[in-house]
Ligand binder design. Structure first.
Ligand SMILES: NC(=O)NCCC(=O)O
Ligand SMILES: [Zn+2]
Ligand SMILES: [Zn+2]
Length: 475
């Protein structure tokens, strides 16, 4: 049945205007003022913003880490995402050294396919490079539409790859039209600092931050950018936290290199003092890279505003405080890294960004959806509101004042990292490909309704540029 969204304020990365949206099947068939019902179900959006569904380019659902597995899987995680205004997630498919890449991709399909309530894609982690990997990769990029590859420069002896692997992946990515993503921290030096801290008896959560200083994120970011430039390839730095890393990205971009950056809500609103909370509560705030001193937040907001950082991902990676974060009592290095953020990403960016005058409404949409669609090969199917695009829409009430609480959230964890924060705005209804997933703040979707997304190759470079129809990114 057709649906007519009537009288809302439509917001894209370029425009803000009052209008109606007609949905036929899974896509938008008309946009205009005073559109006729034509037998469509009428949905009143007066007083609401109508945003494109959020795209979360950075999630870890059902992911093993540090001897345990994230609490949120593709069902609970995507339900929480939908409540929060996100209609697409791109999750990291982990691989194991020595095992075929296709096995890992198959495992990730099995985790997601009967559970996701919204659409999803995968990035592929590359931990080593050898003949098998080089043989398999082009086929996976082409047939699976996995057009982004992830390299960890930290987590020594677990995920960390060496510089030669990163460089060769950058070359391969250029050849086959993929975007290389890096977790940029100097894992070797961090490994030494952790061992030293523990040997000195410094075991509390705050030492997680002290052993991963911003200089080591800046250094790794600059190194990755230099290697990308040398390879004439494209680089996306995930979860940027500090002025040092932002500076490296700005410098690389000023020289014309294709270097992009993402930050996350936790780095914009929380700071290092959270790790000092008593009774081991600081463990709730252990992310890598760590939360920084408050002064770094200004550099992040400025870079989001000016376009030097392109996206805000959640880095959703949730572990219970009880039983999971507690694995690191007496040894901070054993605290599973990550936190629950998928549900609050959208509203936090609106509330802290738009409402506090740090970014415009258009920039909000660009950061929460459009740039991710462009960088990760989903535009214009997703990330905007145009005739022919998927009807992934968020009806958002900008006037609601509320307090974030674990008691009311939909993630499967026993705490919320933003507990007690006052925010303005709330998604009221969320549609994914024309179907309500959230209607009047109630979940009405179905596990398994989310579809796997084969994504286009990276836009604008290499022999595959012509395949990426019209997708320009903010350079
Ligand atoms: N960020 C974090 O602490 N956990 C998730 C894994 C990663 O992205 O490094
Ligand atoms: Zn990371
Ligand atoms: Zn991550």
């Amino acid at each position: 049945m057709k649906k007519l969204i009537k009288g809302g304020t439509i917001v894209t990365a370029a425009d803000v205007y009052k209008g109606d949206i007609l949905i036929e099947g899974e896509t938008i068939s008309a946009i205009g003022t005073d559109l006729e019902d034509q037998g469509a179900e009428r949905i009143d959006a007066v007083g609401l913003y109508v945003f494109p569904g959020g795209i979360d380019p950075h999630t870890h659902l059902d992911m093993p880490f540090g001897g345990t597995t994230t609490k949120d899987d593709f069902e609970t995680g995507t339900i929480a995402a939908a409540f929060g205004g996100t209609t697409t997630v791109i999750d990291f498919c982990l691989t194991s050294k020595g095992a075929p890449l296709r096995e890992a991709v198959q495992t990730w399909h099995e985790k997601a396919q009967d559970r996701a309530v919204i659409d999803y894609g995968f990035h592929l982690m590359i931990g080593e490079i050898n003949d098998e990997v080089l043989l398999e990769l082009p086929g996976i990029i082409a047939s699976e539409g996995i057009t982004s590859l992830k390299v960890f420069m930290a987590y020594k002896n677990v995920f960390q790859a060496d510089d030669s692997t990163l460089f060769r992946i950058l070359l391969t990515a250029k050849e086959h039209g993929a975007l290389v993503m890096v977790h940029a921290e100097n894992g070797d030096v961090i490994d030494y600092l952790i061992a030293k801290a523990l040997a000195d008896g410094n075991t509390d959560p705050i030492y997680h931050a002290r052993t991963r200083p911003p200089e080591l994120e800046g250094e790794a970011t600059g190194r990755a950018a230099s290697l990308a430039a040398l390879a004439d390839s494209q680089l996306y730095v995930v979860h940027v936290t500090c002025a040092e890393a932002v500076g490296q990205i700005i410098e690389a971009r000023s020289k014309g290199f294709r270097v992009f950056g993402e930050t996350c809500p936790q780095y914009l609103v929380l700071d290092e003092t959270c790790l000092e909370k008593p009774d081991f509560e600081g463990a709730k705030y252990v992310w890598s890279p760590p939360l920084r001193k408050k002064e770094h937040q200004e550099a992040l907001w400025n870079a989001l505003k000016s376009g030097q950082l392109q996206t805000v991902g959640s880095d959703q990676c949730s572990f219970d405080f009880k039983g999971q974060k507690e694995l690191g009592r007496g040894d901070f290095s054993k605290i599973p890294n990550g936190g629950p953020t998928i549900e609050d990403r959208f509203t936090l960016l609106y509330s802290e960004g738009v409402r506090k005058g740090r970014i415009s409404l258009n920039r909000f949409v660009d950061l929460i959806a459009t740039q991710s669609a462009k960088l990760f090969g989903l535009f214009p199917r997703k990330g905007t509101i145009v005739v022919g695009s998927d009807a992934d829409l968020v009806l958002f009430d900008p006037s609601v004042e509320r307090t974030i609480r674990a008691a009311g959230h939909h993630m499967a964890v026993d705490y919320n990292a933003f507990e007690g924060m006052q925010v303005t705005g709330e998604p009221v209804s969320v549609l994914s490909r024309g179907q309500f997933v959230i209607r009047d703040k109630q979940f009405v979707g179905k596990a398994g309704d989310g579809q796997y997304l084969r994504r286009q190759r990276f836009a604008g470079t290499g022999p595959h540029a012509a395949e990426s129809r019209g997708a320009t990114v903010n350079r």
